[in-house]
Design a protein around this ligand. Structure first.
Ligand SMILES: [Zn+2]
Ligand SMILES: [Zn+2]
Ligand SMILES: [Zn+2]
Length: 616
């Protein structure tokens, strides 16, 4: 071998791209870290790669790497379905008398997953012994390559907290699946026709029908927040909102009638919409008093759904184990917490009682005999209280089991402790009865007995495209989501209006300018991204400043296009700039520097592709 030319001058610079550093490599390299922290955030993962290898992977690369690492650690989504049968057996072995129903379908000569219902023994006994007969029901989406629905039934504990009761994985939310879920729940709790039970729902697809069919004697409450959202679509306005909520909160029928009458005067159309809707479902005035629970909202289920948020996008076994572990930890923690209560009722109940005690200061009780009192409120109204049978004519005490201010004034007059008149269901004994049953731990899958000869196939569902959305979809009437940093939310931004002409969407500085500079085709041009102007500012320059102020106005969208060109020209040779950057720049924590660098690299992408293959 003869060396003909030898160039000892080292001229080439550091390269950001590396063909071999792809998602598969990252998955293998960081498998241990991802096992320890499966919810490692994308920015955190990116930062680790930047630190260890000095290059910046794309977001898609990180998603792929995380998915591959999960497969390495826990088996793929499909493999987890194969083991589902063993898991159910193991769960039943660890928690005897639990209901674990795995429904499968025949596909050729193999079995395919259809539905799964789980009601653990501890939840069952805890609910029957210590909870009020009130059950909230809701469904939520399951993410991942085998999407479905998770249906849940949630009870209410002695501290007005949620008590998860049963959950099921089904293919879709409709009458048939809710029917199946409720039938299983009825069998577990020995409910016959629903007598003595109250159910709260958002009136989802099928659930209302299924409840009406299967539990005709139960009270069926609709979540008033959802109910109001339906009302609002046709009848908006703050006065109507107030009146509707007043009607929902009214505890006696005459008060409810009064609010409805006021609504009729305010808006005949709204009244006509609301009046045929049976108040049994949405107003406290028509609720039965036997449940000792006056909740109007389905908050219990929403609390449950958000508590299992992290588990929901995992493969099926990880998800089920995540939910079970969550329940196990909850029960263990609450068992201990009950002994730290200052009184024999929980902190939430104490809060309500203290508020009622303050209001009781405005009530003057007059003894009528035995335990009966006539109470005059200083703000108006006269009430009849009977401490012996724990009732007040305002019905608040009857509905929720906590003495109302009128009753408390009588109790204080007798020099008794108001807390001793609280219903039994709120006391520590009931709370402990509900949390004393223990959910047993389950060992990892290598210790399970193999039962089924045929592995279970996953359900046939299409994969959802795009990154799964984790946050709850905001409904009409929800306040807008909080924005990070000092960026104004759309809600605030939309409220700006010009002080010169009074129109919304632009300010005094850009008034008039934007409309005159608008080309005829401007309406077709899509809005530029919010962060584009930020990057331009980072590089400075007068021209850029001007283009920024224009692009802020929604009508000036077309201007941002040429301004990008200006930026490009102002930097004559971007290529050497990237090369000349010292490697230490990657470690700098400044977000601005790294993002502007990304943009520069993106511009370089197309010419660089010619040279050598590399992956984004
Ligand atoms: Zn070299
Ligand atoms: Zn009262
Ligand atoms: Zn203006």
């Amino acid at each position: 071998m003869v060396i003909k030319t030898l160039n000892l001058e080292h001229e080439c610079s550091r390269d950001q791209r590396n063909y071999w550093l792809n998602s598969t490599f990252f998955a293998q390299r960081y498998a241990n870290e991802l096992r320890a922290d499966p919810d490692w955030s994308v920015p955190g993962f990116t930062a680790a790669i930047q630190r260890d290898f000095g290059l910046e992977p794309s977001m898609q690369q990180i998603y792929r790497a995380k998915l591959k690492a999960t497969k390495l650690n826990k088996g793929s989504f499909v493999e987890q379905f194969h083991k589902l049968h063993d898991y159910c057996e193991e769960l039943k072995r660890a928690n005897p008398r639990s209901t674990v129903l795995l429904k499968t379908e025949l596909d050729g000569d193999q079995r395919r997953f259809h539905r799964l219902y789980i009601c653990l023994e501890a939840c069952k006994t805890g609910f029957l012994q210590g909870c009020r007969p009130v059950i909230g029901m809701d469904g939520c989406f399951i993410k991942g390559p085998h999407p479905g629905q998770l249906l849940a039934a949630v009870g209410i504990d002695g501290n007005n907290g949620m008590f998860p009761l049963a959950y099921a994985v089904v293919e879709i939310e409709n009458k048939e699946t809710w029917d199946w879920f409720i039938r299983n729940l009825m069998a577990d709790l020995a409910i016959e026709n629903g007598h003595g039970y109250a159910f709260i729902s958002d009136k989802q697809k099928g659930l209302g029908l299924a409840l009406g069919d299967l539990l005709p004697n139960a009270e069926h409450r609709h979540c008033v927040r959802h109910f109001y959202n339906n009302f609002k679509t046709s009848h908006s306005g703050l006065t109507l909102k107030q009146l509707m909520w007043d009607a929902a909160r009214a505890t006696t029928i005459p008060w409810w009638q009064c609010h409805m009458e006021r609504m009729k005067q305010e808006s005949e159309v709204a009244w006509k919409w609301l009046h045929p809707k049976s108040a049994v479902h949405w107003s406290r005035s028509h609720f039965r008093t036997q449940y000792k629970c006056d909740i109007l909202l389905n908050n219990l289920c929403e609390a449950f759904n958000s508590s299992i948020l992290k588990a929901r996008d995992k493969p099926i076994l990880s998800m089920l184990e995540g939910i079970r572990t969550n329940l196990m930890v909850r029960m263990a923690n609450r068992r201990v917490a009950a002994w730290k209560w200052k009184r024999h009722v929980g902190p939430r109940i104490e809060q309500i009682m203290e508020k009622n005690k303050l209001e009781a200061g405005y009530c003057i009780p007059t003894l009528s005999g035995d335990m009966k009192y006539q109470v005059t409120n200083m703000h108006g109204g006269q009430f009849a209280v009977d401490l012996a049978i724990k009732t007040c004519s305002c019905r608040r005490w009857d509905l929720c089991g906590l003495p109302c201010p009128h009753a408390i004034s009588c109790i204080l007059r007798r020099k008794h402790d108001p807390y001793s008149y609280v219903d039994e269901c709120y006391k520590r004994e009931a709370y402990l009865k509900c949390y004393n049953p223990i959910i047993s731990p389950v060992p990892s899958m290598d210790q399970w007995l193999s039962t089924g000869p045929h592995p279970l196939l996953p359900p046939l569902f299409k994969k959802q495209t795009g990154r799964p959305r984790k946050k709850r979809a905001r409904e009409q009437g929800d306040p807008p989501a909080a924005t990070k940093g000092n960026k104004l939310s759309k809600w605030v931004h939309d409220k700006f209006s010009c002080s010169k002409c009074g129109q919304a969407g632009h300010n005094k500085k850009t008034c008039g300018k934007s409309t005159s500079q608008q080309p005829p085709s401007a309406q077709v041009v899509p809005k530029p991204r919010q962060r584009k102007p930020k990057l331009k500012v980072a590089r400075g320059g007068r021209k850029i400043q001007q283009s920024r102020s224009n692009s802020n106005a929604p009508t000036g969208t077309s201007i941002s296009q040429p301004s990008l060109a200006v930026v490009r020209f102002s930097q004559p040779s971007p290529a050497p700039q990237v090369a000349s950057q010292p490697p230490t720049a990657h470690n700098s924590s400044s977000q601005q520097a790294s993002t502007s660098q990304t943009v520069q690299r993106r511009k370089l992408k197309s010419p660089a592709k010619k040279g050598r293959p590399w992956r984004v």
